[in-house]
Design a binder for this molecule. Structure first.
Ligand SMILES: [Mg+2]
Length: 230
């Protein structure tokens, strides 16, 4: 199956405007007793943590809802934990409510997936429940079959190398699209034949220059990617 795969694509800040998604959840959080200010503060702290780690050059790219919830738990009390939040959010996240968060996808995402349906897979890093929830609530599952969705807590380069090595009969996909320069650098180091494409959406945290030698292309949109993968 993987011999047909040409493109591996990232979810957060590549297909999905994750900042916008979390922002849009503010109203729901208010119903759980989280003020707009506190929700903003919790997310800002998490962004700052990632930025700091990335500047040190040693971070694992993950905007963690668990960290955000832990912070809120400190402020609001122990009942406010991961299960509590997801108990209230899962119906929405699972697409069971009518108001999807489809508008949090970048404008060119759906067309890109549609066009490359047969040759693309999604590789997302993070908590499986959270990542799958994002996929469902934005209706991305309409564009990706379940066997084309991979969510891992391992670093992407590790997952990539373990699953898509030529000596295991699965030839590495040709293109890797991600907003995280560090992911691309590490994938390239371990799989030199992969063409790495760094997509710079809004709300990005780091200058790609430190990883530049391992990145083949830097683009601003998936429309630009079309020129490269065609
Ligand atoms: Mg990303």
């Amino acid at each position: 199956m993987l011999k047909d795969i040409k493109i591996v694509i990232d979810l957060d800040n590549t297909l999905l405007d994750s900042h916008k998604l979390w922002e849009s959840l503010g109203e729901d959080m208010e119903k759980l007793g989280v003020s707009k200010e506190l929700w903003k503060e919790a997310r800002a702290r998490e962004s700052a943590r990632i930025k700091e780690a990335e500047e040190k050059g040693d971070y694992l790219q993950l905007y963690s809802i668990e960290n955000i919830i832990d912070f809120l738990k400190e402020k609001l009390g122990s009942r406010f934990d991961f299960l509590f939040v997801f108990y209230h959010f899962l119906p929405r996240f699972a697409g069971l409510l009518n108001d999807s968060k489809e508008d949090c996808l970048f404008p060119d995402s759906k067309a890109f997936l549609e066009k490359h349906k047969k040759e693309i897979i999604l590789l997302s890093f993070g908590n499986g429940v959270v990542q799958l929830s994002k996929i469902l609530t934005t209706r991305l599952n309409r564009y990706l079959d379940p066997d084309r969705i991979f969510i891992t807590k391992k670093e992407k380069w590790q997952f990539f190398s373990e699953n898509w090595k030529a000596d295991r009969g699965n030839f590495p996909p040709k293109f890797m699209i991600d907003d995280c320069p560090r992911n691309l650098r590490l994938i390239k180091e371990h799989n030199p034949s992969v063409i790495t494409i760094c997509i710079r959406r809004p709300e990005v945290y780091v200058d790609e220059n430190i990883h530049r030698r391992s990145i083949n292309f830097v683009v601003k949109s998936l429309t630009e990617v079309e020129e490269i993968v065609k």
